[in-house]
Ligand binder design. Structure first.
Ligand code: NAD
Ligand code: DAU
Length: 331
């Protein structure tokens, strides 16, 4: 098979391309606009005979049509992905996440191509800290931020196109990913690299917000399972039972890195900050037999810290501009 991976130079997309090359015989075409969030170096070492890189925008109808016409399947990761940026500059979230997904849907409709849409648990809004429920495939949509509203919009487009035009499409909604190649704007890499450059880690609000962590490698294996064996028109939630408060995660990072567990600052909270995400992944486990492999979060976190220690050349060029953007957003 020839698989078109949009956003393949980003965090999860690049992890997925490495996973595909390792685990399958498929050829891969990466379509990526190389925004600030992309890093070509995340794709280093992949065989040129199997992986082709195309720089381009998912809103470019002609380019998208040409690439879809020559692919057997599309796995769609490309998006503006950061909540803080969506509060500061929502425009490109609407353009890429909504119009970009629309452009891909029209192309797969014309060519009858298999389509998998990668989405987020944030489309469901948030849960109270003491809510016994977790998100499931039947939880009503209730997005809070411009980012999650545009991802919810893209999911709804996929659902409508699938029903109206009988597309061979699936959707997955995953919880918070961590692992190598994640941009230093995101919570875990930001704190690790703050410590590495001698700055203090920063926790939003009271630090009690909960995220449900999954290793990007497990997200990749789940997406591949849905691509291969998912039922047409279905949605699958992906999670690894990794709930932890931001404060707990930060304390683990500090301890692993040999710092005092109280060596951080509390800063102004993110407006509209979702309190808690939690995924019930029974459906994908029972229907597709998928299981996460990285079930020991402390081990995965330690390996991720080692990766950032050893790959300074990958993240150091991004750090100053990222922190400058945060200073502007906090001003
Ligand atoms: P990322 O920001 O690291 O990467 C996004 C990639 O998309 C970048 O390489 C960027 O250049 C590319 N891109 C952006 N706009 C584009 C455009 N108009 N045309 C072509 N390429 C474009 O994001 P990520 O964290 O890897 O997330 C990937 C996908 O997974 C997103 O759809 C996101 O909503 C979803 N997701 C992320 C998480 C998470 O924890 N990061 C969890 C669940 C779902
Ligand atoms: O749940 C899936 C989503 O997870 C994805 O759809 C998004 O693309 C991805 O960015 C992520 O969204 P979050 O907003 O949860 O991730 P972020 O890394 O920005 O923040 C994680 C938590 O940490 C959140 O509660 C905010 C908090 N935080 C974040 C930063 C950057 C801090 O306390 N301090 C920080 O410096």
């Amino acid at each position: 098979m020839k698989i078109l991976v949009t956003g393949g130079a980003g965090f999860i997309g690049s992890n997925f391309v490495h996973h595909l090359v390792r685990e399958t015989q498929d050829d891969v075409v990466v379509l990526d606009a190389l925004t600030y969030a992309a890093n070509r170096d995340s794709l280093l070492g992949l065989p040129e005979s199997r992986v082709t890189f195309v720089e381009g925008d998912i809103c470019d109808r002609r380019l998208v049509d040409d690439l879809v016409a020559s692919s057997d399947a599309v796995v769609h990761f490309a998006a503006e992905s950061h909540n803080d940026n969506s509060l500061a500059e929502p425009d490109r979230f609407v353009t890429t996440n909504v119009l970009g997904t629309f452009t891909l849907l029209e192309a797969v409709r014309r060519h009858g191509t298999r389509f998998h849409h990668v989405s987020t648990d944030e489309v469901y809004g948030d849960l109270a800290l003491d809510d016994p429920e977790r998100f499931s495939e039947s939880t009503p949509y209730n997005p809070s931020s411009p980012y999650s509203a545009t991802k919810a919009s893209s999911d709804l487009l996929v659902r409508a196109w699938t029903r109206s035009f009988d597309l061979d499409a699936t959707i997955s909604n995953c919880s918070n990913n961590y692992g190598p190649f994640q941009h230093v704007e995101k919570f875990i890499p930001r704190q690790i690299t703050n410590i590495l450059v001698g700055d203090r880690p920063v926790l939003y609000g009271d630090g009690r917000n909960v995220r449900d962590w999954i290793h990007a490698e497990d997200h990749s294996s789940a997406v591949l399972a849905v691509l291969r064996r998912g039922r047409r028109g279905e949605t699958y939630l992906i999670g690894a039972d990794g709930e932890a408060s931001n404060l707990e995660v930060l304390r683990k990072i500090l301890v692993i890195m040999g710092r005092d567990a109280s060596d951080f600052d509390l800063v102004r909270d993110r407006p509209g900050h979702d309190r808690r995400y939690a995924i019930d992944s029974t459906k994908i486990r029972e229907e597709l037999g998928w299981r996460p492999a990285h079930v020991d979060f402390d081990e995965g976190l330690a390996a991720t810290i080692s990766w950032y220690r050893e790959n300074g050349q990958w993240w150091q060029p991004l750090k100053a501009a990222t922190e400058a953007r945060y200073r502007d957003q906090q001003a």
